[in-house]
Design a protein around this ligand. Sequence first.
Ligand SMILES: [Zn+2]
Ligand SMILES: [Zn+2]
Length: 412
Amino acid sequence: MALDLDAIYTDLHRHPELSFQETRTAGVIAQRLTELGIEFEEGIGRTGLAAVIRNDDADDGERGPVVWLRADMDGLPVEERTGLAYASTARGVDPQGLDVPVMHACGHDMHVTALLGALERLVATTDEWRGTVVAVFQPAEEYGAGSQAMIADGVLDRFPRPDIVLGQHVTPLPAGTIGVRPGTQMAASDGLRVTLLGRGGHGSRPQATIDPVVMAAATVMRLQTVVSRETDPRDVAVVTVGSIHAGLKNNIIPAEAVLELSLRYPDDEARARVLEKVERIVRAEAQASGAEEEPVIKVDHSLPPTINDEEATARLRAAFARAFGDEKVVDPGMFTGSEDVSWFAREAGVPLVFWFWGGVDPQVYADAAASGSIERDIPTNHSPFFAPLLQPTLDNGVANLVTAAREFLAAR
Ligand SMILES: [Zn+2]
Ligand SMILES: [Zn+2]
């Protein structure tokens, strides 16, 4: 019986799970893989799965290409406000132990469902292609930790090693559009946790304290100059302070403040430059505040740039153009978002191609473009309003994966 992809998608959308907690999601995937008769293993990198379709001819012993298709599975701590009939009301417990709302605000439910649909089609057409397809359902992309967890758990040894790694992400482009470029497709990124150490005391006697709240405020403002004053305007760099925590009560000056930073850059050189500047400013502001202890700067996670192989990207771009029309395939420029998909390809020493596909009603997109309000009116990934148009986005996602896989598999 054919998979009801719309139903799988809306079910996953209703039941998002936080990073490394994707157990229900993994269960849904396992059930569907079983129905399709596809061999798989669960619990790789905690909650990940990998599945394999072996379609070489047993008699001649010749091995065809091994194509890895990757989908990520996790949701985000976002309260959904899309108003969709299948909107999530799920809650979860984050790593700090807090009860938080959970939403598939990045579209990973679309990635999972599209990959299941692609596997269904590849299984049904084994008489047309030769080689091996490995499907990787990866946990915890949003922590930038899931692919490394699967690698540490031996996914590259437990399954046929890839000749190429392919993946896709749904994005606010018009439905029907595919965005892909050779070279750097997504930025490198680091998550930094900065603890500013002051001296706590009574709110009425600031002279007896070293106030980490003021230190944090000054640091946040000064960090803005890393990009605005110290980076070549032609270069790409992002310094975002996404979280700031200090204190519990108005009349207590706390002892410390914690900042969480997200840094983005296109390459390792820019990374070293920005990290040096951030560290210099954090230490100098602490010193300016008279801090007696050095701030503690910790890199929480670090993601490499997502670099598309030039030759494989050109080949895939041509395949997409043949399948969907040349005008449908665009160069979206480099995205300042980051991904951990490239670890699989880096670790295996093989090419990667990662592309974006549109999930916005083309008319809505055209109207927003005409009124110059795309940034305001088209919700992006991680927004509480992010709601990919179910169809044709889902069918397009399936077709993209099948087209891409078939391009790199051998024909019969
Ligand atoms: Zn995301
Ligand atoms: Zn994502």
